[in-house]
Design a protein around this ligand. Structure first.
Ligand code: ZN
Ligand code: ZN
Length: 153
């Protein structure tokens, strides 16, 4: 019997723009970079990367379209209604690069917990050098990008 495909659904704050993810993320991490902090108004964010084949939009595109913000090296897709960033493409608008989504946008159960969190759980902290808060867990902590910067803890 074939193993059941892992599927996660996610959406923006208001739910108008939604997406579906197939399989496990390519990687999943906590990002403490100043860009994520400023973009989300967050101390740090849980970011999960998926291949373009694993990602698809699932909302009714006639009701609301995502606003596309081309930032050169990445493209933000914000919901036209609530303006929250539903997903990020790790390249210019027309690229075929990975998608990055925030763990905070994934579908929750009745207790408010991310459904099947184990399959998308972050495995390290990156840009820990610009953290706002110290994190006391056992995950590796990198100064910048994982495996490409100094490991701090
Ligand atoms: Zn929205
Ligand atoms: Zn970041």
């Amino acid at each position: 019997m074939a193993a059941q495909l892992i599927v996660h659904n996610g959406s923006c704050l208001c739910g108008a723009v939604s997406f579906r993810l197939e399989g496990k993320p390519l990687f999943s991490l906590f990002c403490h970079c100043t860009r994520c902090q400023r973009a989300d108004g967050a101390v740090f964010v849980a970011t999960m990367h998926f291949s373009s084949a694993a990602f698809s939009w699932t909302y009714n595109g006639e009701d609301v379209k995502p606003l596309v913000e081309d930032m050169g090296d990445l493209t933000l897709y914000r919901c036209e209604k609530c303006r929250s960033c539903a997903a990020t493409r790790m390249g210019p608008v027309d690229s075929n690069d990975n998608w990055a989504i925030r763990g905070s946008h994934l579908e929750r159960d009745e207790q408010g917990k991310i459904i099947d969190f184990e399959s998308v759980k972050p495995t390290c902290h990156i840009f820990y050098d610009t953290r706002i808060v110290d994190i006391a867990d056992d995950l590796p902590k990198w100064e910048g990008f994982a495996n490409r910067s100094k490991r701090l803890d």
